[in-house]
Design a protein around this ligand. Structure first.
Ligand code: TPP
Ligand code: MG
Length: 362
């Protein structure tokens, strides 16, 4: 069964052509991310696909909650940056990708890894620093990696992943494949010189690279408004380099997916690079240690009203795409999966001391 996806079902969409739309400060409020031009998409998804998007978003949420709990217990150490609130962005962005495509991301990477289909048990074990982890416990939270899935990290240096993604996209073009490279980065990356250098070279080389900006309004404790001159929109940056760009409501998985489907189609046909800015929000601190003194509870509550993990299943039930019973059963399966992942990590062995320098290059 195929269902009309976007026009009626979306919890809100915002796609704009950079030259025509001036969003100004509205873009940073939850309400502004939701609208202004109304729905645009024409995609249609099966019931299975619609439920799968919920399953992934809920899995990411519960995985992250479990990470927080295990960090508090001291089972996970080092830095921990949770993706709570941004689930619709990662799931919608990665849904249209195929096996041959590369994904490169920053340190807030658990959601991307799960949406790309990395093994959940081995991801959790990696966070626990165990031998069974994706990188034998040597990468940790910020460096999830799986070459077999073409998931090339997990990078801790802000914007450091961008030239790496450019190289992968260049290789795809050079080898004549129709693969694309998706590079996720945060709003904080945009004040790094390498961001501009990468945009420029990607345009000069016309590589199949998708710049995917997750604008959650903050780089650590600093709001976009405090460090951004001019418009709070970033997608207009890309236009300066002749790169086509759109903004999309990052709390709306269908809106993100549709923008991404269109972009991937263009990239495969040789029309790269492209740029998508998703307006999103993290409900938790920058890292686990962040008390969020720099913003008000009202602001968080406003975005909470649009929580995709709550609003999306409500929409599925309202439009009779799924029953409440199906949603409850799906949640229960995911809860079990996450509990099993934690158990797998807890019961996995620590790496041997003799392995300390294996696979480590300097
Ligand atoms: C080159 C560099 N400078 C500073 C830092 C410290 N740092 C880590 S995360 C971060 C904020 C980045 O914010 P953003 O790109 O918006 O991503 P978000 O955390 O919001 O997902 C900073 C400044 C770093 N890791 N690398
Ligand atoms: Mg940010």
């Amino acid at each position: 069964m195929y269902l009309p996806a976007h026009q009626n079902l979306s919890t809100g969409v915002f796609m704009a052509s950079p030259a025509k739309t001036k969003t100004g400060k509205r873009a940073r409020s939850a309400a502004a991310a939701k609208s202004p031009n109304g729905a645009s998409g024409a995609g249609s998804y099966s019931k299975e696909q619609m439920l799968e998007m919920f399953r992934q978003m809920y899995l990411i949420r519960q995985f992250e909650v479990a990470c927080g709990e295990n960090y508090a217990k001291g089972h996970i150490r080092g830095f921990l940056h949770l993706y709570i609130g941004q689930e619709a962005t990662g799931v919608g962005a990665l849904a249209p990708l195929a096996e041959q495509d590369y994904v490169v991301t920053h340190y807030r990477d658990h959601g991307h890894a799960i949406a790309r289909g990395l093994d959940v048990n081995r991801s959790m074990a990696e966070l626990f620093g165990r031998k069974t982890g994706l990188s034998k416990g040597k990468g940790g939270s910020m460096h999830l990696f799986d070459a077999a899935k073409r998931f090339m990290g997990g990078h801790a240096i802000v914007a450091g992943q961008m030239p790496l993604a450019l190289g992968l996209a260049f290789a795809q073009k050079y080898q004549g494949t129709d693969g694309v490279t998706v590079c996720f980065f945060g709003d904080g990356s945009t004040n790094q010189g390498i961001y501009h250098e990468t945009l420029n070279l990607a345009a000069v080389w016309n590589v199949p690279m998708l710049f995917f900006l997750e604008n959650n309004g903050y780089g650590m404790g600093t709001s976009v408004e405090r460090v951004r001159a001019g418009s709070p929109d970033f997608y207009t940056d890309a236009e300066k380099y002749g790169i086509e760009a759109v903004a999309v409501d990052g709390m709306d998985v269908l809106a993100v997916r549709e923008a991404m489907e269109a972009a991937v189609k263009k990239l495969r046909a040789g029309g790269g690079p492209l740029f998508i800015e998703a307006k999103t929000f993290r409900y938790v601190g920058h890292s686990y240690a962040d008390g969020q003194k720099y913003r008000s509870n009202d602001e968080i509550d406003e975005w909470r009203k649009r929580d995709p993990v709550e609003t999306y299943p409500q929409m599925l039930v309202k439009h009779k795409i799924a029953t409440q019973k199906e949603i409850v059963a799906l949640r229960s399966d995911v809860d079990t999966q996450v509990a099993e992942a934690v158990k797998f990590a807890e019961e996995s062995p620590q790496p041997d001391a003799g392995e300390l320098f294996d696979d480590v290059y300097a």
